[in-house]
Ligand binder design. Structure first.
Ligand code: GLN
Length: 271
């Protein structure tokens, strides 16, 4: 009888003990994930609770980011996918117009930007930038026949189309007397040029070359307006993610994944 009572007491204590351990484990895990791991958002996915990297990009910038049917694809998208893999996260893509990307990053809506974004001193005040992953140039696109702009010096006083908030936009506004037409997307810039509502367009060499393939009536000036470096933008102060991104890019350059990407989107192993 006494034995039995003791046994019951022991069982009760054991149950309470197990319960306490479970509660501590669950609360501890939640605390760790929410408080100690702020760089990664968590999202409910089919596989359960898992870390997600939210990428902000503007798909209208072939071959870096563009639509293939419903899908968003491109050099930057693949690069971000590899970064997500290297850091054990799943990738979620948010489409945002180029000039809204940095504000979205600052507001915490996205974790990083991969959008052919050039590193500038102005942008560096509002975001961290990874090491460079691509060197680009700014090109001037004009009609093949009857263009009023034949050389870079002819741009003064002309109507120049640019994508709003880009480095091409900044460059155009520095040109003497230029009437800068700022548009939301590179495709609207090309539309304006094709219908001759602007005299020239300024944009990055990547998408410029892509547009020339499908617009045989246009050409680009051989001289570059500038040389720029693309990098991944990360929220100011998020040095943990910055290091993870830099480590991942360095690893990709070492193990051949980076060269494979260049080959896939530019058709050559080296730039
Ligand atoms: N490289 C340019 C910039 O950073 C354009 C980028 C873009 O239009 N996606 O402003």
């Amino acid at each position: 009888m006494v034995q039995h009572k003791r046994y019951n007491k022991l069982l009760k204590r054991l149950k309470v003990g197990v319960f306490v351990v479970i509660v501590v484990a669950v609360v501890g895990y939640m605390y760790w994930d929410v408080e100690l791991n702020p760089s990664s958002s968590t999202a409910q996915t089919a596989g359960g609770l898992e870390k997600t990297l939210v990428l902000g990009t503007d798909p209208g910038f072939k071959p870096f980011e563009y639509k293939q049917g419903q899908q968003t694809v491109g050099f930057d998208i693949d690069l971000a996918r590899e970064i997500a893999k290297d850091t054990n996260r799943s990738l979620q893509i948010e489409e945002i117009a180029f000039d809204g990307l940095l504000p979205a990053l600052q507001a915490g809506r996205i974790d990083l930007i991969a959008a052919g974004m050039t590193v500038t001193s102005e942008r560096k005040q509002n975001a961290e930038f990874s090491n460079s992953y691509y060197t680009a140039t700014q090109k001037v696109i004009v009609p093949k026949v009857g263009s009023v702009v034949v050389g870079i010096e002819d741009l003064a006083g002309k109507r120049i189309g640019v994508q709003l908030g880009t480095t091409g936009d900044t460059l155009a506004r520095e040109i003497n007397g230029a009437k800068v037409v700022q548009l939301q997307s590179t495709s609207s810039v090309m539309q304006e040029l094709n219908s001759r509502r602007i005299d020239a367009a300024i944009m990055d060499n990547g998408p410029a070359s892509q547009y020339l393939v499908t617009n045989p009536g246009l050409t680009m000036l051989s001289r570059n307006l500038s040389r720029e470096e693309y990098a991944i933008a990360i929220r100011k102060g998020n040095t943990k993610l910055l290091k993870e991104v830099n480590d991942s890019i360095a690893k990709m350059k070492r193990d051949g994944r980076y060269d494979a990407l260049v080959k896939k989107y530019f058709g050559a192993a080296k730039l």
